[in-house]
Write a new protein. Sequence first.
Length: 501
Amino acid sequence: MPRRSRTLLPCAVAYLLLAAPHAPAQEPGKPVSFINDVAPILKENCFACHDPKKKSGKYDMTTAEKILEGGTNGEPIVPGKPESSDFHDLIVTSDVRRMPPRDKGEAVPKEKAAVIARWIKEGAKIDAGLDPKADLVKELRVRWKPPVPPKAYTFPVIVNAVAFTPDGKHLVVGGHHELTVWAVETGKLVKRVYTRAERAYGLAFLPDGKLAVAGGRPGQEGDVRVYDLTAKGKTEDGVEILDGVNDKKVLVKHLFDVEDSVLCLAVSPDGKTLAAGGCDRAVRVFDLSGGLDQAKLAQTVENHADWVLGCALTADGKYLVTAGRDKTAKVWDLKVKESVVTFPEHQNIVYAVAVKADGSAGFSVGADKTLRTWKPNGEGKQVRAVGGHNDEVFKIVAAPGGAVLATSSADKTVRLWDLEKLAAKQTLSGLTDYVYAVAFSADGSLVAGGSYDGTVGVWKVADGKPVKVWNATPGMVTKEPEPKKDEPKKEEPKKKEPRKK
Ligand code: HEC
């Protein structure tokens, strides 16, 4: 079974590991298209050094015009003559001076170099309709079309986010280029909502019942979009299919796009404030007080030195609490627009934060396996730190009633805590892999967890009894036991985990 990348932190490394885009198979008879065939190769092999920032050799390759213009040594492409073009020669040369430089990266694969040779031979033409000044990274992103999810998967889908529907009867699960909706009582798939985003990292229902989703495609793009899951779709084998990519009745709002994944999402209980942050280190805060149609970007908070991994809002929408890969949790005053607290005690990656509704206590969890509570106002002093999980803790959420916290961990469990005493209440087991997602139902009576191997579970908060545990991968009904030889996988994320870029 092809294990997909285990990266917990999805951006840059996942990009290197699995998202390296395959150049589209170039058909032999057809002329080479610059944007469809050549640009993806350049993006993958050259842009890292030849972008507007680095401009190695004073050569920026991110627009068609600049590619033809060249760098220090002038025009690198002689249309019709790949053999006299530096641009091609430097890719295929056996000389010491090669592109990418020998000590910096692998040679461009032969088939891809051949595509570039053909493009030059055919006159190094730019596609009709493509602006020579257009930013190719953006152009490729806009033109990219998400794949249609398969009817049945051959690999388990990683679950990064879960949310109960407002009535508590269904669980929405972030899948692979889709959201899947399952009946809580039976674990039966009832709906699939196709999405542009490869992964959903944050899900939150707005008071009007629409679902806000933060997500993205690792290393490529990120977005927050809002869906109406009650829209009508077509039914296939008893499962309703909604097209959240193209159908405007399903995809009702597109709040923003960025160049890498959006990893966290929070909505204030009154639905007036929405905050979302991620790999660009920023949290965008939207004012939804005039409704979704009038959504306004109120501010962009740049308060962390690294990816923002978690966010939460106080009930009054005045304070934004965030978790960073920079090993801190922080509080931002949205009115005054300034940072009020930095909580440094984790001394390791902080994955998630929660805040008591009235703003009197902040909670954070992270790679130090510890749940910490601290004063979100004043000096950010630690009040308590408690262990319990045997491995890194990825998520923390406060129940809507405000008395219970839930955490999820690499130790394959979800834990419930008394919010006031920070005392462990229940350990919920049954999941078979890292638990990346956790959520309460709107009435606080149910809690759900979702994990790396696609398993999700729903438990009763009152007594910790399981309601249902199933695999939320469409078509994967049988749950295979984890093979023993897969054991060392636990080490993998540590190795693959990107340190600073
Ligand atoms: C790891 C960084 C790196 C990557 C990746 C890279 N280059 Fe370069 N490139 C350089 C540096 C540094 C120079 C300047 C030194 C030189 O010319 O040898 C350069 C110079 C060039 C030049 C000469 C520019 C001039 O006018 O002097 C061309 C042409 C070029 N690169 C093409 C490419 C192509 C095509 C790719 C992708 C297949 C690529 N490079 C990938 C670092 C890189």
